[in-house]
Write a protein of this length. Structure first.
Length: 202
């Protein structure tokens, strides 16, 4: 059993998330494959093009389908807030089927698929659906392990952004000229002498 993650909250978010959801994709976790290159014929010759493999597109659609199923269970005031505009944090466990060797449930999985590619698949699928841009993700904790129920188990935390207080600009005072300073000093001295006379008379 993985330990709960203790986030170190920054000043840009509230200490507690506004919304927390558990997203479960109950299938073998899939990693994002590299884009493919192909040469296609066009008017005037041939050109190279880059495209996303079909298996990637199908895996992303599968993740989105489970996300949309989750959204449909939410009250309207929550569902209409997505894609989210504020910071996002996530805790993700990628659970794979237990092999027939001497591994057991809950043991960490080493080797392929790469953690980065697993995470890229999840983030690419939810980008523009759960949040507006991947740059909103300010924290994540991920694990690969073996377990009886393989799948992707993601805890998504959505935060409100705390607006920084606007600092008041200091109004720069115009610099005194020598003549203005002399007049001010003479005036202060006169006022001080008058005050002393008044206090002496009392």
């Amino acid at each position: 059993m993985s330990k709960p993650v203790k986030w170190q909250h920054e000043n840009i978010v509230n200490a507690e998330p506004t919304l927390i959801y558990e997203l479960i994709i109950p299938h073998t976790p899939k990693a994002q494959a590299r884009p493919r290159a192909a040469v296609v014929r066009c008017t005037g010759g041939v050109r190279a093009t880059i495209y996303k493999p079909r298996e990637n597109m199908m895996a992303e659609e599968e993740v989105r389908r489970y996300w949309e199923d989750l959204i449909e269970t939410l009250p309207p005031e929550e569902a209409t807030r997505f894609p989210w505009e504020g910071p996002v944090k996530m805790v993700v466990r990628y659970v794979f089927q237990i092999p027939k060797t001497n591994y057991w449930e809950g043991r960490e999985k080493e080797g392929k698929p790469d953690m980065d590619n697993l995470q890229k698949m999840l983030q690419d699928a939810l980008n523009k659906y759960a949040w507006l841009d991947d740059s909103q993700i300010i924290g994540k904790h991920t694990e690969k392990m073996y377990g009886a129920s393989e799948g992707t188990y993601a805890t998504l935390e959505f935060y409100e952004r705390v607006e920084k207080p606007v600092k008041k600009k200091r109004v720069a005072r115009p610099r005194e000229t020598n003549a203005e300073r002399s007049r001010r000093v003479r005036k202060e001295k006169r006022e001080a002498r008058l005050l002393a006379i008044v206090e002496g008379a009392e």
